[in-house]
Design a protein around this ligand. Structure first.
Ligand code: IVH
Length: 668
């Protein structure tokens, strides 16, 4: 392509991709499929790789992030970012409205705009001629920290404004983490054994202050834009309401719940309505911001100590209560992490009765001085799980510091606390807590069931419908339809796929049983070597070691697994359900002249490599293993044989065969 055409194409792609981002993040009305976006993105990235001079700052490829060297720079906002005076009652709102009217003249009409007060981090974005040039945290209101690279990774922040742009405008808003993203974010932290974030506000603030913006890029952040600071060339905007419309039209994400009212009476009514709507939102709001709409009126009202007289933050009563913490119990997570949780005397917080709360880890519990038996302050934030803030007063007599149990409450194994980790863990890989992990492994890997994904397995587990592999095979279509995303047909197909998966080979069943250290390959080895689950189940450690690649430790772990009654029952249950516990054609040992014989090969052979000799023996039906036992038919020795194998063979009376005897054996 001639260069000018390439440049045109790059510009076209940039424009299209940026429009797609706005449609997706801001309008909530996507204009293209994710896959199409990816294809066009890749095309643009390829052009830019070949023509780096065509990269522009507003290219969507420039949102990926990179580490920052040094500290965040302090920057001065072009106009200060004030704060809001709080009110908590209808009377206080009425009093404020009275004051506004008195200052403006009693017969002048006043319109107000109501907006949700977003609980996130206040951000100032500077746009020059439509281009996003700098973004900073609020800081002390006069200067904040330059977090531009981090802000660039947020898809909902336009790098280039849409439409005709003024020479300069400061756009203000609140960066936040949606509750759905917050939950996933914390789940990931739990899975990684890291301390969780106490609330979405901390999570978003922490994400914005990452030194490596590629980390910020992975956090589910968004923004609600609620106003402007310094403006140049925007004289046509005379009200806050018009400004919100203007921002929206220029590609900024303004909150659709904002509304304009023309009387103070309406405010109280709207406040009630919002209180009910609050719990349904996918983000946290801690109140409502009420602003006088007209810029002229705002200017005449002015500010007092950087708090505008033209606005108030109506804040809801905090969602906290005091109740007795009865007990601290432990739940063992799927990775073995011990998660403490609180059993509370039931109490109503923000309209919901709560009786339990999550706690983080031993250190956190004791730092907050949370003790079973004390009265504690509980807090509910949005529909996030309730938290214990701390003790409500002095400790009651005899309440003690919390100590993690020394042994796993589920399997009794001694718990460990790895260096540098906050969580205690049960190291027992066969602990029943690992059931979910085992189930996911079964569905996703061992049986590889079409039409059932990890999310569905988790949902089925959470709903208590499927907690084990046998339960999976007893699942009905009706039960599956309780899981989001399943309709009659998809559920029917999934049930068929589950039933069909009963035919997976024995080796895969072994892999799926979650026997310590038995993966795909060992499953095959065991299936081939033992042929049936009965032979395997009754094998001694010595016999297990004879299978290819099974060392004494692994052999003991496998034998121990099969000695466990629960595991034996699981095998029987699965066998009754129709799963295969015998090696199939592809797994069955070959029948031949040497069937029933067992050999061990040691030392260097002249005519073949050891692997060739072993393969030749197996091809004639013999079994080959790594160690000598009383069951070994013969030890085949080459040059420099292993000393211990020789001694063992001599002791056990196992015949020692030379290479020429091996050749005769193979010839039959
Ligand atoms: S307007 C002069 N509107 O609340 C300050 N602020 O205490 C004008 N906030 O730091 C701010 N949602 O982070 C405004 N819709 C909204 C808001 C909002 C949240 C935060 C903002 C500010 C704090 C004010």
């Amino acid at each position: 392509m001639p260069r000018s055409d390439t440049a045109t194409r790059a510009a076209e792609l940039r424009e299209l991709l940026n429009r797609a981002l706005i449609a997706y993040h801001v309008d909530d009305d996507p204009i293209m499929e994710d896959a199409a976006y990816d294809v066009l993105y890749d095309e643009l990235a390829a052009i830019e790789a070949e023509h780096p001079e065509l990269v522009t700052p507003d290219s969507p490829t420039q949102r990926v992030g990179a580490p920052l060297s040094g500290q965040f720079q302090k920057v001065r906002h072009l106009s200060p970012m004030g704060s809001l005076e709080k009110v908590t009652t209808d009377e206080a709102i009425a009093k404020w409205a009275d004051d506004v009217r008195k200052r403006l003249g009693t017969d002048e009409p006043v319109a107000y705009v109501l907006e949700p007060k977003i609980d996130g981090s206040a951000i100032n974005l500077v746009y020059e001629n439509g281009a996003f040039v700098r973004g900073a945290t609020r800081g002390d209101g006069v200067q904040g920290e330059d977090v531009t690279p981090n802000l660039r990774t947020i898809g909902a922040i336009p790098l280039q404004m849409q439409g005709d742009a003024p020479p300069l405008v400061e756009v203000r808003g609140e960066v936040y983490m949606p509750l759905s993203g917050f939950r996933e974010f914390n789940e990931r932290l739990v899975a990684e054994g890291k301390p969780t974030a106490p609330n979405p506000r901390n999570a978003s603030a922490g994400s914005l202050r990452q030194k490596d913006s590629s980390i910020t890029a992975q956090r589910p952040l968004s923004i609600w834009v609620y106003g402007t600071g310094r403006r140049e060339g925007l004289d046509e905007l005379t009200t806050h309401w018009e400004t919100l419309q203007w921002l929206r039209a220029h590609g900024f994400r303004t909150n659709p719940l904002a509304e304009r009212v023309e009387s103070i009476e309406e405010i109280a009514e709207r406040v009630r309505a919002w209180e009910l709507r609050r719990a349904e939102l996918d983000y946290e709001i801690d109140g409502i911001v009420i602003k006088v709409d007209s810029f002229d009126q705002q200017a005449r009202l002015g500010s007092l100590h950087e708090r505008p007289r033209w606005a108030r933050a109506f804040k809801w009563a905090p969602m906290t209560a005091v109740t007795r913490l009865n007990e601290i119990l432990i739940r063992v997570g799927r990775t073995g992490a011990l998660n403490p949780w609180a059993v509370l005397e039931p109490v109503e917080v923000g309209g919901v009765t709560i009786s339990r709360a999550t706690l983080h880890n031993e250190e956190d519990i004791n730092r907050k001085e949370i003790r079973a038996g004390d009265d504690v302050i509980v807090q509910r934030a949005g529909d996030v799980i309730p938290q214990i803030v701390g003790p409500a007063g002095r400790h009651r007599r005899g309440t003690k510091e919390f100590r993690m149990p020394t042994h796993c409450p589920l399997c009794g194994t001694e718990v460990v606390k790895p260096e540098g980790e906050a969580m205690h863990r049960c190291p027992n890989r066969a602990c029943p807590s690992r059931g979910l992990e085992a189930l996911i492994n079964w569905v996703m890997a061992a049986a590889d069931i079409d039409g059932v994904g990890e999310q569905s397995v988790r949902r089925l587990w959470d709903l208590g419908i499927v907690r084990s592999v046998p339960e999976l095979y007893r699942l009905t279509r009706e039960q599956l339809m309780e899981v989001d995303g399943y309709a009659e047909i998809s559920a029917g197909n999934a049930i068929e796929a589950i039933a069909a998966s009963k035919a997976i080979p024995f080796s895969r069943v072994l892999f799926g049983l979650n026997i310590p250290d038995v993966g795909w390959v060992t499953g095959q080895t065991l299936a081939r070597h033992f042929g049936t689950v009965d032979a395997l189940m009754n094998a001694t450690q010595e016999e297990l070691v004879e299978a290819e690649g099974i060392g004494p430790e692994r052999a003991e772990a496998i034998a121990e697994w099969f000695r466990d009654d629960d595991n034996r029952r699981l095998v029987e249950e699965l066998r009754d359900l129709g799963l295969r516990f015998e090696a199939g054609e592809e797994e069955r040992p070959v029948e031949g002249p040497l069937t029933g014989k067992r050999y061990v090969v040691t030392g260097t052979l002249e005519r073949f490599t050891r692997e060739e000799a072993e393969a030749a023996l197996e091809a004639r039906g013999a079994k080959v293993s790594d160690s000598v036992s009383s069951k070994t038919t013969g030890l085949i020795v080459g040059e420099e044989p292993g000393k211990s194998k020789l001694t063992k063979a001599e002791k056990a009376g196992v015949p020692i065969l030379s290479e020429s005897l091996l050749v005769q054996l193979l010839r039959g």
